[in-house]
Design a protein around this ligand. Structure first.
Ligand code: ADP
Length: 656
């Protein structure tokens, strides 16, 4: 259906136009307006296919109406046919064309001409419309395509960004990946090597067979997964020893595409470390189980070692009061022996813990090692330690007068422990000890014909608290500390020790220590000579414990006539001002004024009077403090008679 608008100020013109149009285009709709303004409103409201426009109208004339139509993009493509009586006016026609008029019809209207013009205009309108739709369609298409392109561009930029990032990631992975990585073709040729791996196998490995580069034997691994094709994405893991110089690797092979070809990604994880820590874990577990067993054995053993002498001491001390005088000596001897046994156990434990935590001080002096060996032999032969062995000192004649310079005390402890073991673990046999001298060292040996040591135990006997099977099954006393102390002392003397042993036949312990040699022979401990002149000495004992004093008084009363007692440091200092003493024994821990302070005061007022510290605290630190306070010597409690006498004979005559 076509819509036609006719604008003319003359109603009769409009009526005749309507009649013509209805006649020619029966299915058309006709709108009419008698002025330009109304006409424009109808155009906007009905969008007519053709406008028939009168030129001369009151108010807004046809030119103005046409100008407004052509300026408005919504309606500008509607064809406008001017109806004018000015058909011959050339200027008006030109003006109308400039404004945008599409055709002219002269009044009076010729019906055939009007119909032809309307038809022509309908075609024009149709083309305009078509063009408009095409333009709109094209614009929409261009917009849509532009949006798509922009989207594509954005996506491409993002993809490029991601690619860049992923390339950077790949590169940095390949540079820094902490394990070896390469890529093989299907025949096992290396076609790519990661940076890290390059350092290990060299970049000239490219194009060589992987096993020629990596396997020590340069042969394919027995379980080489390349024998069968590996699917893409499939991974096969093998563990191979003898890689890159005797190492073990876990190698994973994964099927992949590389540069458009099927390939295998090979990754190497060094398990030289993992295997070891696995083994170490197993070992640690075994050791934990073993140490638990040892702990139980140790506790049982210690309990036995402590209870046995305690049993003797308590048992015989309780019998003492009612004992017949003839038995008393025997009981006292048993009590003394058991006490010494207990004391030596305590000393060993303390000694060892000190050796392991403190720096060992070496006190060197000159002495004859032959004399030391003989004293040790004498100690174990003369009934001090019960045994049915023959003890022999074996020293070549030319070494008997050799004098060496080293720590006598420590050497003595080492030899005493080794001979003590030899005696303990030999029931009826021979024990031989001696030494030989080389350029700058002395090598001692202690040989026995006893139980011997099982081969598997020989590495462990120097461990603290370790006791061999023989010691436990044959119930041979001991706390498993002797050889640990020996080892620590030998270490401190920069020496070394070895053991050779045949189970059932005997053992030989050999140790060497570097020494200096001297020309003068220094004698060992000068055994105290307690003679008449000693009796004349006057001695002061400062100790707050009455029983400690009593013990010293009993030990000394037969040989020394003048023994005084001070029960603290202050008193000792006051007494020294009233009377001259030849020797003062000073307990260190006392109330009011302690032994250190008292010694300082005494040394300030009587620098020549020897002061000997007595203390149950026997650490190096304690000894050092006593020395700094001015003490001339240090005696550890419980006091041994011989040590006491030695001190008296060494210091008592200083001022006489
Ligand atoms: P203990 O003698 O108190 O057991 P040690 O540390 O001195 O402790 O010795 C550790 C272990 O070494 C002993 O328990 C024993 O099994 C073994 N051993 C040491 N010396 C000998 C020896 N001469 N003959 C046989 N076994 C010995």
């Amino acid at each position: 259906m076509i819509k036609i608008l006719a604008i003319d100020d003359h109603l009769d013109n409009l009526i005749s136009l309507r009649a013509i149009i209805e006649d020619t285009f029966p299915d058309s709709t006709i709108f009419t307006a008698q002025d330009g303004q109304h006409g424009l409103e109808l155009i906007i409201a009905h969008d007519p296919d053709v406008i028939l426009l009168d030129v001369v109208m009151p108010g807004m004339d046809g030119f103005e109406v046409c100008r407004r139509i052509k300026e408005d993009v919504r309606i500008s493509d509607i064809p406008v046919i001017f109806l004018t009586a000015l058909g011959s006016d050339k200027r008006s026609r030109l003006k109308a064309l400039e404004i945008g008029a599409d055709a002219f019809l002269s009044k009076p209207i010729d019906e055939a001409e009007l119909t032809a013009q309307i038809k022509a205009m309908l075609i024009v309108k149709h083309h305009h419309q078509k063009q408009k739709y095409e333009k709109e369609y094209l614009t929409a298409l261009v917009t849509e395509r532009t949006e798509e392109l922009l989207k594509e561009l954005k996506e491409r930029t993002q993809a490029e960004e991601l690619l860049l990032q992923s390339n950077e990631l790949n590169n940095s992975l390949l540079q820094t990946i902490p394990f070896g990585m390469d890529i093989l073709d299907e025949n096992g040729n290396i076609i790519f090597i990661s940076e890290n791996f390059k350092k290990l196998i060299g970049e000239y490995s490219i194009n060589r067979k992987c096993w020629e580069v990596i396997c020590d034997k340069k042969e394919r691994c027995t379980n080489c997964p390349l024998e069968k094709p590996i699917k893409i994405g499939e991974t096969n893991i093998i563990e191979v020893d003898g890689i890159l110089g005797g190492r073990s690797f876990q190698i994973s092979h994964t099927g992949m595409m590389f540069k458009g070809r099927k390939a295998i990604l090979e990754m190497f994880q060094d398990i030289t470390e993992m295997k070891r820590s696995r083994e170490e874990l197993v070992l640690a577990k075994e050791q934990a189980v073993e140490s638990n067993k040892l702990k139980t054995a140790f506790l049982n053993n210690m309990s036995h070692e402590i209870r046995t002498p305690m049993n003797h001491i308590i048992g015989f001390a309780s019998l003492m009061q009612e004992a017949a005088p003839a038995d008393k000596d025997l009981y006292a001897e048993i009590i003394l022996k058991s006490s010494n046994q207990l004391l030596s156990l305590i000393e060993d434990v303390i000694q060892l813990s000190r050796l392991q935590s403190e720096k060992i001080r070496i006190d060197k002096r000159e002495f004859l090692p032959a004399e030391l060996v003989n004293q040790v032999i004498k100690y174990y032969s003369n009934g001090n330690v019960k045994n049915s062995n023959l003890l022999i000192s074996s020293i070549p004649e030319n070494f008997k007068n050799v004098t060496i310079v080293t720590d006598l005390e420590k050497l003595n402890v080492i030899l005493m422990n080794l001979v003590s073991n030899a005696v303990k673990f030999t029931f009826q046999g021979t024990i031989e000890t001696g030494f030989k001298v080389d350029d700058d060292k002395v090598t001692f040996f202690v040989k026995d014909s006893g139980t011997g040591i099982l081969t598997k135990e020989q590495d462990r006997i120097f461990d603290t608290f370790y006791r061999g099977e023989n010691a436990l099954t044959l119930v041979i006393g001991g706390a498993g500390l002797g050889l640990s102390i020996v080892r620590e002392y030998i270490k401190a003397l920069r020496g070394s020790i070895e053991v050779e042993s045949t189970p059932g036949k005997g053992s030989i312990f050999t140790f060497s220590i570097p020494v200096q040699f001297a020309n003068n022979s220094g004698s060992l401990a000068s055994t105290a000579v307690i003679g008449q002149e000693v009796r004349k000495l006057s001695i002061l004992i400062a100790d707050d414990e009455e029983i400690n004093y009593l013990l010293l008084e009993i030990l000394l009363k037969d040989v020394i006539t003048k023994i005084d007692h001070a029960s603290n440091g202050k008193m000792a200092h006051e007494m020294a001002h009233q009377q001259k003493y030849d020797l003062i024994f000073m307990d260190l821990r006392m109330p009011e004024v302690n032994g250190y302070e008292s010694t300082k005061a005494l040394k300030r007022d009587f620098p020549e009077t020897p002061v000997i510290a007595l203390s149950a605290f026997t650490s190096q630190e304690e000894m050092e403090l006593a020395r700094l306070a001015g003490c001339d010597d240090f005696i550890a409690k419980p006091v041994k008679k011989q040590v006491l006498f030695d001190a008296i004979s060494k210091f008592g005559y200083k001022n006489n």
